[in-house]
Design a protein around this ligand. Structure first.
Ligand code: ATP
Length: 774
């Protein structure tokens, strides 16, 4: 076919017309991503389209490509699956299908495409972009389109969002949907756990993941499974005996239940499929366990997205539109990723290549490289899983002079994941030959009982005790808000008496304060010249030195469940706004992230405060919103107010003002979820991060083994906070954090990384920014 020359690629001028679609397997959070893309597109002054039924809709065109309005995506954040549908489309794999798709795009005047799907969908997207100039040429040479019709579309902008429950794309720590799926799996395993314990049974649980073991690995870490099978790292040649000996040993040590998790794509080192029934037969016949198989199947895809997926899909959807608007014809297509806590753009082609490379490595039986091909987190979790389930420690034990007595203490209010962190720390200690010593009921507990004999508040923890704690909420060793300064002398005395060589502190701002006090008291007391690490654990996520505290994810999930129920009630009664009071102390983190995750109308934080003008403008905004709502379902609205946002404008007061000023056009109520926000069972994210950070913290403490007290005291890093900072997990010196990064008066970090996210809540609810200025 003759080529025609259209000249160099150029960006279409004027308002962009951006389409969004979902493709491949559905995943929870996809609808939230569509909502964010649609609203951010409209908020950026562009025109938004949705392509229904994935690439099939693009090939079919017509009504399958619809212009979207702001109201069309109302309430989508909390919906599971994808409300614009998805499909596997054979036609798009063929050039004629892609030509038809290109023609439909020109027809609708679409010049940018945001695709949310797995690596297959992103591969298709890249192919489409690569072929685009050729497709445009063909439309002209075949007479379907006139040159002037295709002229504005010489360049196609593609941005990828990764929606997949498997978390199989390299370059991102998490895909949209993977944590929701993990939550569903862990809920099921937690239920199975209870019956397994009651009957002393074994369960073999098959989870999704044909090529990727992320779900199986994370479920194993989160639920304290005994053995897992993942495709990237098959067990040894003699896996039957390896598994049986570990499980036999666990039983001998007193475990009443056995959980084995098998990824769908599990195989041995020769790539022979390992089926759940094979595992069951081994457990029944070789160990004599009453064993059942549970295949979780499609429940793993279902249900509403968890808080993390709602936040991720929202932030990534917003970023995708920004990427479209910033792209030039030379920009490689990006895929929006997350690394630890940072949303980043990565090269789409490279990310897909890396992902496919892992599959190739598995096929070539190069398992070490396959493991490395996943993100760094993956290997760390694998290591953490092995440490927490290892029973044969002989090759991991440290020489006696490097073994320590590690004190473990919980400080402050309970937070999800505290027990999981403690379990990991205990398992790590026992594996390496350290002695884990639980200091029960915080510092007051330690001081109160210091004269007790062995069974006082200071107890060595046995493997079996901690083994049961993987999924438990609250604090098994007891927690207390009291600080060492309440009786620093006795605290030092107890540290000496119980020969504490290293301290692992789990807790929130009080824990941070406690470690600060101990560090400063080193000049008076040699007992405190030991390495100390604090693992931040608090629902408020207000500990300096980290952007993430364990417990905060559990809290957000409890809060979004609560808000979903409230919103349903508000929608059912029509025209009602709820003002919901969140916890968080003087930090607006929880309110803001919950606001992002439920699509709140507005968020009131202590950082910003509440002003009269703000309330007046917000009431006008509400009137406007309810007026536009006529004929639309899901009209319940929520304002989130942090408990300390204002002394004067209380939650009830705000609800009353809104009601009074509504002119009878709508109703307002207030709701205070209170301690519900501490959550029941900790979320899988809190549990897995607790395990990973617990192990990392212990490795860190261990690095001080053998050092003199003075060497330790002279090293500022010997009292440290472990935390996520941007794209990294790192230890930061307490001395620096407490002097340079802490707002002691308001008990929060000086710089809170999430502050600008309030703007995104506003943008996506349509609340003009000017409303927030006093
Ligand atoms: P999941 O992770 O859930 O499997 P996925 O996006 O990888 O999601 P696929 O079935 O591989 O799912 O791909 C979805 C669709 O993307 C395919 O049905 C097809 O239309 C398109 N697609 C995939 N690979 C290609 C390709 N190489 N060329 C063109 N289109 C493709």
């Amino acid at each position: 076919m003759a080529e025609i020359t259209l000249g160099p690629p150029a960006m279409p001028t004027g308002k962009k017309r951006i389409a969004v679609m979902t493709s491949g397997g559905d995943s929870p959070g996809m609808s939230g991503a569509v909502r964010a893309v649609v609203r951010q597109t409209i908020a950026s002054g562009c025109t938004s389209f949705a392509i229904y039924e994935g690439y099939q809709g693009l090939v079919d065109g017509g009504d399958m490509i619809k212009e979207m309005s702001w109201e069309d995506v109302r309430g989508w954040l909390s919906e599971g699956g994808t409300l614009i549908g998805t499909a596997r489309c054979a036609a798009f794999r063929e050039r004629w299908g892609r030509l038809k798709a290109a023609d439909n795009m020109v027809e609708k005047g679409i010049d940018a495409l945001v695709i949310c799907g797995g690596d297959g969908s992103l591969t298709g997207a890249d192919k489409f972009r690569e072929e685009w100039p050729g497709l445009m040429n063909e439309l002209v040479t075949s007479g379907r389109r006139k040159p002037e019709e295709v002229l504005p579309y010489r360049h196609l902008n593609i941005v990828g969002l990764v929606g997949s429950i498997d978390n199989d794309l390299s370059s991102t720590d998490a895909t949209i949907g993977c944590y929701s799926s993990l939550q569903r799996i862990c809920q099921s395993i937690d239920f199975i756990d209870a019956t397994a314990f009651s009957h002393q049974r074994a369960f073999v649980v098959e989870v999704m993941g044909r090529h990727c073991g992320w779900l199986a690995l994370m479920a194993g870490v989160s639920c304290g499974a005994d053995f897992i099978f993942i495709p990237e790292n098959p067990p040894s040649e003699n896996w039957e005996e390896e598994m049986c000996s570990i499980i036999r040993r666990h039983r001998e040590m007193g475990k009443r239940k056995t959980i084995v998790i098998v990824a769908e794509g599990a195989h041995d080192r020769q790539l022979n499929h390992i089926k759940p029934d094979m595992v069951k037969d081994l457990l029944s016949n070789r160990i004599g366990l009453d064993t059942r198989v549970t295949t979780l199947g499609h429940v793993q895809r279902g249900g509403p997205p968890c808080a993390y997926d709602r936040m991720l899909s929202t932030l990534q959807g917003v970023e995708a539109v920004k990427a479209v608007l910033e792209a030039t014809p030379d920009t490689p297509s990006p895929v929006i990723c997350i690394v630890e806590n940072k949303i980043v753009r990565r090269d789409l082609v490279k990310a897909v290549e890396l992902t496919q490379n892992v599959a190739r490595m598995i096929e070539a039986k190069r398992f070490e490289e396959a493991m490395k091909g996943r993100d760094a987190e993956f290997e760390e979790y694998w290591h953490a899983f092995n440490i927490t389930t290892a029973t044969d420690k002989s090759d991991m034990l440290l020489p006696p002079e490097q073994r320590m007595r590690v004190g473990i203490i919980h400080v402050g209010a309970p937070a999800g994941g505290m027990n999981a962190a403690t379990r990991a720390a205990v398992a790590y200690c026992l594996t390496k030959g350290h002695t884990p010593v639980a200091l029960h009921n915080g510092f007051p507990g330690l001081c109160r009982h210091h004269d007790d004999k062995p069974l006082g508040s200071v107890r060595e923890v046995k493997w079996l005790d901690a083994e049961q704690w993987a999924s438990r909420g609250g604090s098994e060793i007891g927690t207390n808000r009291g600080l060492p300064s309440e009786d620093i002398k006795t605290t030092a005395y107890c540290f000496e008496k119980y020969k504490i060589d290293a301290l692992f502190v789990v807790g929130g701002f009080e824990a941070f304060t406690a470690v600060s006090e101990l560090r400063r008291a080193r000049v008076q007391f040699d007992a405190f010249k030991i390495p100390m690490v604090i693992l931040p654990a608090t629902v408020s996520n207000n500990v300096p030195g980290t952007e993430f505290s364990i417990g905060s994810d559990t809290c957000l999930n409890a809060l979004i469940d609560y808000c979903d129920a409230i919103r349903q009630s508000a929608s059912a009664s029509r025209r009602r706004v709820f003002v919901v009071e969140t916890q968080g102390g003087a930090s607006g983190y929880i309110a803001t992230i919950a606001g992002l995750s439920i699509g709140a109308l507005a968020v009131y934080t202590p950082e910003e405060g509440i002003h009269l003008n703000m309330l007046v403008e917000d009431i006008k905004f509400l009137k406007d919103q309810f007026a536009k709502d006529v004929g639309h379902a899901r009209s319940g609205k929520i304002i989130l107010r942090n408990e300390k946002a204002s002394k004067t404008y209380t939650t009830e007061f705000i609800a009353n003002i809104i009601k009074e000023e509504s002119g009878g056009k709508f109703d307002a109520r207030f709701a205070v979820p209170g301690h519900v926000q501490q959550g029941g069972t900790p979320s899988p994210m809190d549990r897995v991060r607790a395990v990973r950070f617990g192990v990392k913290s212990l490795q860190y403490l261990e690095s001080y083994a053998g050092k003199s007290r003075q060497e330790i005291a002279d090293d500022p890093m010997s009292a440290a906070v472990i935390g996520i900072r941007g794209a990294r997990v790192k230890f930061s010196a307490m001395e620096k954090i407490e002097t340079q990064e802490t707002d002691w008066k308001d008990r929060r970090p000086n710089d809170e990384f999430w502050l600008n996210l309030v703007d995104i809540v506003d943008t996506l609810s349509g609340r003009p920014k000017a409303y927030r200025t006093p």
